[in-house]
Ligand binder design. Structure first.
Ligand code: ADP
Length: 588
């Protein structure tokens, strides 16, 4: 009967303590309940709680006792002053083993540390059990009887189990502390973030508002907490949409804005608006939705973008204006040249007839003849100039298309040499012509007459002629001039080399510009207006080719015209660089 009552009491004890362990999170309070419950069940007068010392591995009295400890001053004194090292005494052993420890009579137990202090503590039997948490023993509970008592095995078993149950209180506290530390860290990050941070509840009431948000919107945290977000930072005209969006999400779970980077306008407390960039996301805690956003003030970025846009537009306008002016100038040049051409042609024609000694319409004295010759020479110069002007205006127009036909490179070179022959002779120059084989033995070389380019024969002769004419103009009398044509891959290179004045490195990049003349040409009053190379370049580009120059002052120059090689297509027409209409690539 007594056994049954005791069993029932133990079960009740277990129930009580399990309930405490499951709900409470205060270890001290739970320990007090356990101490008194156990004293009640056992009929032992004293219970005591020991806890880890603040420093080191020892355990010390928590000062918490149940029962009439005042009647046991020696026990209290010893318990309060002694530090219980792991492994020594009842407390130390409970810590090390994680199991309950029982001593029948501490006065006779050499293992009981406090009894060794040599004082009568007024108690005899003692048992202790540890509260075991995940991180180790969190506390030890001990109980004293005034009489010796044999170990109560059922009680010890219940205590061992209780020790682990109570450990859960400690574990819960540890987890809570970790979570709290995480929260604190997050809060700190949000508080110090340079981005504005705003949270709202499902209804849109502001629940979080960091310092950056306060600066950005000109409202303090206290002013906005609890206010509706769309009435606080959203400009009037977007309020309805903002509210509706939130409502739609709460009903359908769908949203067009969540998780996306949005550029919107924010409203300051003074009603002013500014551009913001933000990302909104939603979380669900305890069945309640909450919305959060990081907000970035992009006023500066917008300003920079605007300035860039304006600069670009201004630039575009300038370019357009320049193009207009250029076109007007070209049109003027073309008209004037055209108007000059006809009378000049007729003038030269008559002059030649007049000057011809055989058909001589006019008998001229030697001085008269010299004058006639000078007139013819100057009229011819004028005619060249007019032709150059006309050529440059036509060639640089975007509408130019070359009527391409396969033209043998050898013929172009020979014709150009023929055109400048008189000038070369009068300068005492020998023009050496080298037509290289392609070197591939396939008959595509230049020297065997198979090397051809798709192009306009007259224009190509003119381009090579201009290079030769420069070589003659800018070289000392009698120096050699070479023109070499060679095939290189799918291209033909026609290079004119002289041993003339050469060109300064800083002037070289400009020689293909219209009307550009080097200092040397100006100072030495060499005839020309600076159009020859511009025309050559325009012709090269109209054929899908290039012209380049290598030069060293005092050592001479090499100007190279590179053109795409013509190869017959499968239908016998031109292919490769030229398109299937037989037209060379248009100039861009
Ligand atoms: P220009 O009518 O002045 O000869 P070009 O367009 O043919 O005009 O040439 C531009 C400038 O490039 C010339 O003024 C000249 O100074 C320089 N130049 C061209 N070819 C040569 C060359 N072979 N040797 C030295 N200078 C040259």
């Amino acid at each position: 009967m007594a056994g049954t009552r005791r069993e029932a009491a133990l079960v009740k004890l277990l129930d009580t303590i399990t309930a405490v362990a499951n709900t409470g999170d205060d270890l001290e309070e739970a320990a007090r309940t356990v101490l008194s419950s156990v004293c009640e069940v056992t009929g032992w007068p004293l219970g005591h709680l020991c806890v880890p010392a603040d420093v080191g591995e020892d355990y010390v009295s928590s000062g918490i006792w149940v029962g009439p400890i005042g009647e046991f001053p020696a026990l209290r004194e010893v318990s309060t002053t002694v530090r219980f090292a792991p492994g020594t005494g009842t407390i130390g052993r409970a810590v090390v083993t994680g199991q309950p420890v029982w001593s029948r009579d501490l006065a006779a137990d050499p293992l009981v540390f406090r009894a060794q202090q040599g004082r009568d503590l007024g108690v005899r039997a003692v048992f202790a059990f540890p509260i075991v948490a995940a991180d180790g023993v969190a506390a030890v509970l001990e109980f004293f009887s005034t009489r010796p008592a044999d170990p109560d095995e059922p009680l010890l078993r219940v205590m061992a189990s209780l020790g682990h149950q109570l450990g859960r209180i400690v574990d819960r506290r540890t987890v809570q502390a970790t979570v709290q530390a995480g929260r604190d860290r997050l809060r700190q990050m949000i508080d110090t973030s340079v981005e504005g941070f705003v949270s709202t509840d499902a209804a849109g009431r502001i629940t979080e508002w960091n310092a950056a948000a306060a600066r950005m919107f000109g409202r303090s945290r206290e002013q906005v907490l609890g206010r509706l977000v769309h009435e606080t930072i959203v400009p009037d005209r977007y309020r309805r949409a903002d509210e509706a969006g939130r409502a739609r999400f709460l009903v359908t779970g769908e949203s067009k804005v969540l998780g996306r980077r949005l550029e919107l306008a924010g409203a300051r407390s003074d009603g002013g608006e500014f551009p913001i960039e933000l990302v909104v996301w939603a979380t669900r805690e305890g069945g309640e939705w909450a919305f959060h956003a990081f907000i970035h003030d992009i006023t500066d970025r917008r300003r920079a973008e605007q300035a860039l846009r304006e600069a670009y537009e201004a630039e575009q306008a300038t370019v357009a204006r320049l193009k207009e002016l250029d076109a007007a100038k070209d049109a003027f040049l073309a008209t004037v040249s055209h108007e000059l051409r006809t009378p000049l042609t007729s003038l030269i024609g008559y002059l030649e007839v007049v000057a011809d000694a055989e058909t001589g319409v006019v008998e001229a004295s030697p001085p008269g003849r010299r004058m006639l010759d000078a007139m013819i020479r100057n009229a011819a110069r004028l005619q060249n100039l007019v032709e150059d002007l006309l050529a440059i205006t036509t060639l640089s127009s975007d509408r130019l298309e070359i009527d391409a036909a396969p033209v043998p490179v050898g013929e172009v070179v020979e014709e150009a040499v023929r055109v400048v022959a008189a000038a070369a002779r009068s300068g005492g120059h020998v023009v050496q012509t080298l037509l290289d084989d392609g070197g591939d033995g396939g008959g595509d070389g230049v020297g065997d007459g198979g090397g051809r380019v798709a192009g306009d024969r007259d224009l190509l002769v003119r381009a090579v002629g201009a290079l030769l004419s420069n070589a003659i103009k800018y070289s000392a009398t009698g120096t050699p001039i070479t023109v070499r044509a060679s095939a290189a891959g799918r291209q033909v290179v026609i290079a004119v080399t002289d041993a003339g004045s050469g060109i300064d490195a800083e002037e070289l990049p400009h020689v293909f510009e219209r009307f550009y003349r080097t200092r040397y040409a100006e100072e030495n009053a060499i005839q020309g207006v600076g159009l020859g190379l511009a025309i050559t370049k325009a012709i090269a580009e109209a054929h899908g080719g290039t012209v380049t120059a290598v030069s060293a002052p005092g050592e001479g120059s090499t100007f190279a015209l590179t053109l795409p090689l013509w190869t017959p297509g499968p239908d016998g027409g031109p292919s490769g660089e030229a398109d299937d209409r037989g037209t060379a690539p248009r100039r861009g």
